[in-house]
Design a protein around this ligand. Structure first.
Ligand SMILES: Nc1nc2c(ncn2[C@@H]2O[C@H](COP(=O)(O)OP(=O)(O)O)[C@@H](O)[C@H]2O)c(=O)[nH]1
Ligand SMILES: [Mg+2]
Length: 363
């Protein structure tokens, strides 16, 4: 066997029936090139790992990385690439939608020394989205435009999950990666210190035959998080930004409830304020549970327990807020708005820091 020159990292989730055909396709086109495949499986329940084990009996260069309690293509690619030493690394889907005939062309482009990165593009002449419907194509197009905000070089298809790069290029990007969600190529290009030289090769996205797409609302959320992290992640964590935005919405909702409580329900101020506070805490908790910490979402009994710890944390935050604000306003003679703002900012940081490790701790 020739030494391994190319490692294909293939993230899979419930792709049992695609494994054997995919390995056969790759094997057929990569004659003469030393290759290995690392399947990164996020705990599929359909027998995908058994299918991988079966092909690995014929192909010892097929390996498996089994992750539990994890999701996301970006981190799957990074961990797969790090488990290999091959000088060339490629990312490819495990559902036969990526045209494997591009692989030898990608290898040739990188071997020539003229390129750092070769991508399979659906948006250059000869490429295409295949049978994607209008909605999905429109969404992808919109995402491509948005992604230009964080890219310093023009890339025709930054959303593609089909590309190849040299290991030294990967190593230059790896410490800056957000590794959030599904768009790892965008993440890599945006994390490189210098713009890479990119070879774009056209291909047409094939129609899925077996298994089903895992695209859902979580993918969109993660894409937004990736963009925000690429723009400001070096200053503050992206979850803090979300937490603060949710907090601002909470204040707005609080004022509305207060108004409605006093004007329509004719409650005395204290009662309306109490009601508004309780609803704001509940609302903040629910929104943070979905958006900010959606990757660790609490359900059922854990939801109730989380609401209790979150309320307690916010209560402590409010006491601290009051203490700091009164100190600034009274002893320091600061203006009311400065004292108020510092108090609020303090409780925001406290609520975020403590609830992210207590209420939504990583399991
Ligand atoms: N390891 C891993 N693989 C995933 C995950 N989500 C999707 N995949 C795999 O990533 C590839 C592309 O996903 P797919 O759902 O087909 O995306 P689509 O082609 O954009 O609809 C397939 O091989 C999936 O099995 C995940 O969370 N973890
Ligand atoms: Mg697919």
């Amino acid at each position: 066997m020739p030494p391994v020159e190319l490692c294909l990292v293939i993230p899979v989730l419930n792709e049992r029936d695609n494994i054997a055909p995919l390995v056969a396709c790759v094997d057929a086109v990569l004659g003469g090139i030393g290759w290995e495949i690392i399947f990164v499986d996020d705990d599929s329940r359909d027998g995908t790992r058994a299918a991988i084990a079966a092909v690995a009996r014929q192909h010892p260069n097929v390996r498996l990385l089994h992750r539990i309690g994890r999701r996301g293509l970006a981190s799957a690619f990074v961990e797969g690439a790090q488990a290999s030493m091959a000088p060339l690394i490629a990312a490819m889907d495990g559902d036969l939608q990526h045209d494997e005939r591009l692989l030898p062309k990608m290898v040739a482009a990188l071997r020539s020394g003229q390129y750092d990165l070769a991508i399979g593009s659906r948006h250059v002449d000869g490429g295409g989205l295949g049978e994607w419907d209008k909605t999905r194509a429109g969404m992808s197009d919109f995402a491509t435009r948005l992604s230009r905000m964080v890219l310093k070089v023009p890339v025709s298809d930054p959303m593609t999950g089909f590309f190849m790069l040299r290991r030294d290029v990967f190593d230059q990007a790896v410490r800056g990666l957000s590794a959030i969600g599904f768009k790892i190529l965008l993440d890599i290009v945006a994390s490189l210190p210098t713009p890479p030289r990119i070879k774009e090769l056209p291909y047409v996205f094939r129609t899925r035959v077996a298994g089903e797409s895992k695209l859902d609302a979580g993918v969109l959320r993660d894409f937004a998080l990736l963009l925000v992290d690429k723009m400001i992640g070096h200053i503050v964590p992206v979850t803090f930004v979300l937490f603060a935005v949710v907090g601002l919405c909470g204040i707005a909702a609080h004022l509305v409830v207060l108004l409605v409580g006093m004007r329509l329900a004719e409650l005395p101020f204290e009662r309306a304020q109490l009601l508004a506070t309780a609803l704001a805490i509940l609302g903040n908790f629910a929104l943070n549970n979905i958006f900010t910490f959606g990757d660790r979402r609490l359900r059922g009994w854990r939801f109730v327990r989380g609401l209790i710890t979150f309320s307690a944390i916010c209560a402590v935050g409010a006491v601290g807020n009051l203490g700091v604000a009164s100190f600034l306003f009274g002893a320091q003679r600061s203006s009311w708005w400065f004292a108020g703002l510092v108090g609020a900012a303090m409780s925001l940081v406290w609520n975020y820091a403590v609830s992210s490790v207590v209420t939504w701790r990583k399991r």
